[in-house]
Ligand binder design. Sequence first.
Ligand SMILES: NC(=O)C1=CN([C@@H]2O[C@H](COP(=O)(O)OP(=O)(O)OC[C@H]3O[C@@H](n4cnc5c(N)ncnc54)[C@H](OP(=O)(O)O)[C@@H]3O)[C@@H](O)[C@H]2O)C=CC1
Ligand SMILES: CC(=O)[C@@H](O)[C@H](O)COP(=O)(O)O
Ligand SMILES: [Mn+2]
Length: 376
Amino acid sequence: MGRQTLDIVRSFPEQFKVVALAARSNVDLLVEQAKEFGPDLVACFADSPEVERKAREALPKALLGERGLLAVATHADADILVAATSGQDGLRPTLAAISAGKTIALANKETLVMAGHVVTEAARRHGVAILPVDSEHSAIWQCLHGEENNSIRRLILTASGGPFRTTPLEQLRDVSVEQAMAHPTWRMGPKITIDSATLMNKGLEVIEAHWLFDMPYEQIDVVVHPESIIHSMVEFCDGSIKMQASLPTMHLPILHTLTYPERLDTSDKNLIKELNWPTVARLNFEELNLERFPCFKLAIEAGKRGGTYPSVLVGADEEAVAMFMEGKIPYRGIAEILEAVLERHDSISQPDSAAIVGACAWARSEARVCSAKYLG
Ligand SMILES: NC(=O)C1=CN([C@@H]2O[C@H](COP(=O)(O)OP(=O)(O)OC[C@H]3O[C@@H](n4cnc5c(N)ncnc54)[C@H](OP(=O)(O)O)[C@@H]3O)[C@@H](O)[C@H]2O)C=CC1
Ligand SMILES: CC(=O)[C@@H](O)[C@H](O)COP(=O)(O)O
Ligand SMILES: [Mn+2]
């Protein structure tokens, strides 16, 4: 998402300037990006001594660790923060940016899932807008432009169904990392790609929609749409349904957060491919099969239960996905570990951000404990 944001800046140098830039471990790319975009501030989270050494050498002025992320998120010259780190690390910097009055272009869905009540309340208190980058939420937001929230009957999120939409159930227990990484329509980072395979991504997105649009879970539905052309829909009280469509590209939702309420002409930019309708042979829609995708069900239950359950969901999932990718647990282990960790959890109601981060850390360590049964 970060690279695609920079593609947009590269295409519209008159409109946008990068004032601060953060990454975790890819120092070589960060150096390249810093050279090209000349930000005032560069930060590297540097999650290992080796990366830290490399960052100190290659970027002597860079701020390291969470301190760097917080400085980037609150840079005095920034109007908007594109929050596009993966996983749980985005929460504190995003809250800091809200406190500093920055508009938030939110790609990092884990932030809202873990701490929806804290983040939305902080945004309300500071008069800050949280603009959705996630393709489904951008679609819903675009469908809602000019509409009244009280005229919504339901939000309908589309799901591609991932690489295992039609895989026979008996083969699904032990599919490989390579198979899980082969998303049919989107090219994304590893964590979200595995989440799309298990449909955890869609569960997280339902929770994200609940917070972004202040919508009860009973008014949020999911329909499988394998082509990823319709990015989501809103059904209104009179029965009218609006949908937003494009070829699958994240450039468009990112651009919309950066230009809202205006739109920029992209026709001569070689950035967003035109959708040529006659070449779209067929758009398909199917019911979501819950038996096939237990992670989806666990996510919705955690969202509805609230408290620290969503934070535990995020922490356990992050750890389980990492262990699956490292070959330590089988594919089915992701759902099994999530279920076991959620079951063991004693939730706190209305947690503050410290309790949310604490619950997430607890869930990660519990997930590792639960993985022991797959060893050997
Ligand atoms: N990709 C997509 O199409 C979509 C993504 N999203 C959401 O956007 C977020 C990013 O996804 P995606 O771009 O695919 O993921 P990637 O794994 O491709 O990229 C994640 C980026 O975050 C950086 N990062 C991770 N942790 C930290 C940290 N602690 N400090 C600083 N930087 C950090 C990484 O830096 P480095 O490379 O240096 O390690 C990398 O640049 C996720 O939350 C995802 O759910 C939402 C909708 C669509
Ligand atoms: C591009 C984007 O927004 C992803 O979150 C996408 O939604 C993944 O696709 P599925 O989760 O529907 O497979
Ligand atoms: Mn999405």
